[in-house]
Design a protein. Structure first.
Ligand code: PRP
Length: 207
């Protein structure tokens, strides 16, 4: 049986629809229930709904053979998994944002609030800027408003959260999208099934 970790939420529903069209159906997944695990023995698949940021953990440790995770999570946690496909959905960008009118003073260490400490550190190391990372777990936009940080590094999708908090993008860090990932040994044992899924998904992506 192929074990598939889906990110709970709207993205996961889109992903499931793609997998179903690719021949990996399990209609019970769409039941409006509190159940989190669904099997379809006929199609030889089992789906679980997990928190989006946990998908890579399930896949890395082999509890799921494959899953779908955002490139942000893969860059931040660098799990030991195969990245098989860019699904071209869940698109957004990782960016540096600051209050309107912000001007960087390069003689001072820049205070950066973020949930993505590694991505932020790698980005600023790349441009040779000294920073102090303030790691937060959410609502990052508040940090520069209340003086906890100078800028933030965060995900921007529609830009609405930034606009409503009078922040603006000042630098682009990296584009983000959803990726199909696989456990390394699971891939060896279930190569045929996973490759069939990839072949079918590729048709959906280019379609
Ligand atoms: C993400 C991100 C931004 C927001 C961006 O937050 O951290 O706050 O979405 O989306 P927008 O550009 O469409 O407004 P999320 O909902 O994951 O919550 P959290 O980071 O506060 O936990």
């Amino acid at each position: 049986m192929l074990n598939i970790a889906l990110p709970k939420g709207r993205l996961g529903e889109t992903v499931y629809a793609m997998f179903a069209r690719a021949g990996f159906e399990c209609p019970a997944v769409l039941e409006n229930s509190r159940k989190l695990i669904f099997d379809n023995e006929a199609a030889d698949v089992r789906y679980f709904w997990v928190k989006p940021s946990d998908v890579a953990i399930y896949v890395e440790r082999g509890a799921a053979d494959i899953g779908v995770a955002g490139k942000d999570i893969l860059l931040e946690y660098q799990p030991e998994v195969y990245e098989l496909l860019d699904l071209n959905i869940g698109k957004c960008r990782m960016a540096v944002a600051a209050p309107e009118g912000f001007q960087d003073n390069i003689n001072r260490t820049l205070r950066v609030a973020t949930k993505f400490s590694r991505i932020a550190r790698d980005y600023y190391t790349g441009i040779g800027r000294d920073i102090d990372i303030i790691h937060l777990n959410g609502s990052i936009e508040i940090a520069p408003i209340v003086g906890l940080s100078d800028v933030i590094v965060d995900i921007v999708e529609t830009g609405k959260t930034l606009r409503e908090n009078h922040l603006q993008v000042i630098e682009e860090v990296v584009p983000i999208s959803a990726r199909l990932i696989a456990n390394k040994s699971g891939f060896k044992f279930k190569t045929e099934q996973i490759e069939r899924l990839c072949r079918e998904l590729r048709k959906e992506i280019t379609a």
